[in-house]
Design a protein around this ligand. Structure first.
Ligand code: AHR
Length: 479
């Protein structure tokens, strides 16, 4: 397969495309990220050291919180002040378990400080008031004297925090209030008015966008509210079949390999069509498409709480991650941020934990291999590849980075990249597997891990990569 690289100036791939999502759901926050100060699991101010270190390694740029569906039932004042006084509530969406609110606003900012990442706070439109949302923003970002700034100080935080991204409702067409697009668009205009800018930093406001291919929702919300937003969300999960009949995460048949990948590839069509609608109202592409929930949604691990969405993660999920990130890169002009669901122990997570043990999933390793593309310039290219290969080429700091995902089950693929680039190979690494449901677990944490890749060769004109089946490769070459 021959691919020609061009020297046309491409868009920058925002690092926020590599964002993550952590909801009060199952064991994502509690146990996964936060164990509390008194835990025997090594922690700093309650945050797991092993998990924080692992996420720092993949350069997590932004974390979305507190939901998801949980966001539209979350009342932030329940989660501040002395922990022993915090209200215990029922997490109605996720297993009906008791939520003790020990992880609240202060803990979230402590976590993101340790991670060194930006925050994306999702506000409550479904069951919250405009005043509640306004006061939360004031509590977090007001530097001077004010009722909420003073309350924050009473709770131990003198300086305001920085809130880079703020979402006004989540899935307002469903769990966030079952609204119609015209109604939501008007509500969005009203709520966002009170997401005030108290400091010098502008808050990037995100409207609730469509579910999958609900093009009418995108059209109406953009038509009515586009001038009031910086971004609009899109949710699309990869499924093996029907929504109500989720396929197993391991031990699946070949047809589920293909159906999951096909569902993931649909992201390309969705972004293309939603962008076309956005172009009608925003031809300058000022408004970002924010894919703040994506990833594989599979059957829960047998014996676990169905409301906790705990699923294993195999080389197939690594393929989903690589293919989807390549799609986001291609649409980098419009896609300003994406947040894979969800960081730890939920859906397509980066990390699984059990007590004090932790494993990195194959998806984690894709984020590790792909981090070279964060803030890089996309190199546009043309050529012929078959439909089991997906790739990205980008450049940054004098290096060209080529990532290839070969999701064929049994065929090695060779790609010859020619154009303005050939030079010294400075890094070549990959993940691969022997079986289509290969995964890491607590007894075998390194079944899939990054290895050095020797399938690369260069001439004066060409860089050739011979990629084994079920593999994701990243090669870096001097420009
Ligand atoms: O990520 C799990 C759930 O999926 C989120 O809470 C919701 O927004 C979506 O339906």
């Amino acid at each position: 397969m021959k691919v020609t690289l061009t020297d046309q100036q491409g868009p920058k791939i925002s690092k926020y495309i590599y964002g993550h999502f952590a909801e009060h759901l199952g064991r994502c926050i509690y146990e996964g990220l936060y164990v509390g100060e008194d835990s025997s699991i090594p922690n700093v101010n309650g945050m797991r050291i092993d998990v924080v270190e692992a996420l720092k390694n993949i350069q997590i740029p932004v974390l979305r919180w507190p939901g998801g569906c949980f966001a539209d039932e979350y009342h932030w004042k329940d989660g501040i002040g002395p922990k022993e006084n915090r209200k215990k509530i029922v997490n109605t969406h996720w297993g009906g378990v008791t939520e003790n609110n020990h992880f609240g606003t202060h803990e979230f900012f402590e976590l993101t400080k340790q991670l060194g990442c930006e925050v994306y706070v999702n506000g409550n439109v479904g069951s919250g008031t405009v005043q509640e949302m306004q006061e939360w923003v004031e509590y977090m970002t007001m530097g001077g004297e004010s009722p909420m700034a003073n309350l924050r100080r009473e709770n131990g935080q003198e300086e305001p925090w920085s809130v880079k991204f703020f979402g006004v409702g989540n899935e307002s067409w469903g769990c966030g209030g079952n609204m119609r697009p015209e109604y939501y668009a008007d509500e969005y205009r009203r709520y966002q008015t009170y997401v005030r800018q108290y400091g010098t930093e502008k808050i990037y406001k995100i409207a609730c966008g469509p579910n999958i291919d609900d093009y009418n929702w995108m059209d109406k919300v953009m038509q009515i509210a586009a001038p009031f937003m910086d971004g609009i969300s899109l949710h699309h999960y990869a499924l093996t079949g029907e929504w109500l009949d989720k396929g197993p995460a391991t031990g699946f048949k070949e047809d589920h390999w293909w159906s999951l990948l096909k569902s993931a590839q649909k992201m390309d069509e969705l972004i293309t069509k939603h962008s076309t609608i956005m172009d009608k109202y925003d031809p300058e592409k000022r408004v970002g498409l924010i894919v703040d929930e994506w990833g594989s949604w599979l059957a829960v691990e047998p014996g676990t709480n169905p409301g906790f969405l705990y699923q294993q993660n195999t080389i197939r999920d690594a393929m989903v991650a690589a293919v989807t990130l390549n799609i986001f890169h291609k649409h980098a002009e419009r896609v300003h941020m994406a947040n894979i669901a969800q960081t730890v122990n939920v859906l397509q997570s980066m990390i699984l934990t059990e007590g004090d043990q932790m494993v990195k999933t194959p998806s984690y390793h894709v984020f590790d291999l792909y981090k070279v593309h964060q803030e890089a310039e996309l190199v546009s290219s043309y050529g012929e590849t078959d439909d089991t290969v997906s790739y990205t080429v980008s450049k940054k700091n004098g290096l060209v980075s080529i990532s290839v995902c070969n999701f064929s089950l049994d065929e090695e693929k060779t790609l010859d990249f020619s154009g303005a680039y050939s030079g010294k190979v400075v890094d070549a690494r990959y993940i691969t597997a022997e079986t289509m449901d290969a995964h890491n677990d607590f007894d075998h944490p390194e079944t899939i891990t990054i290895q050095s890749f020797d399938g690369v060769s260069t001439t004066d004109e060409t860089v050739s990569l011979t990629v084994p089946p079920m593999s994701v490769v990243t090669v870096q070459i001097e420009q």
